[in-house]
Design a protein around this ligand. Sequence first.
Ligand code: 5GP
Ligand code: ZN
Length: 114
Amino acid sequence: MNDCLFCKIIAGEIPSKKVYEDENTYAFWDINPQAPVHVLVVSKQHIPDAAHVEELTDTQLAACIRTCAKVAAEMGLNENGYRIVNNCGEHACQSVKHIHFHVLGGKQLSDRMV
Ligand code: 5GP
Ligand code: ZN
């Protein structure tokens, strides 16, 4: 049995506020937004984190970044910019072990990375 939270969200078993979906990716609002726009983009193919990226095809991997850019454009973020964040593992405080990208924008973000 797959106990992964984001796999359940992709499958519709747990509700989410969907922003975009295609063959390879699913995008939805973060439940605890840290910016006016805070959308999560997940690969439909489950891999735990960026350290396992070799388990994705090039198409699946590229789709993640394409979807981030598409979501950002649809949210009106192209003019002032945005940040794409991927947390990988303990030191990065990754809390959900299904690869995902945070699309953050809609305000001036911090100039610090850590
Ligand atoms: P991480 O810390 O792993 O990079 O990011 C996980 C993100 O998932 C967090 O920003 C957290 O707010 C979000 N999150 C956790 N559980 C849920 C949920 O059930 N629904 C949604 N929409 N977001 C969630
Ligand atoms: Zn998963």
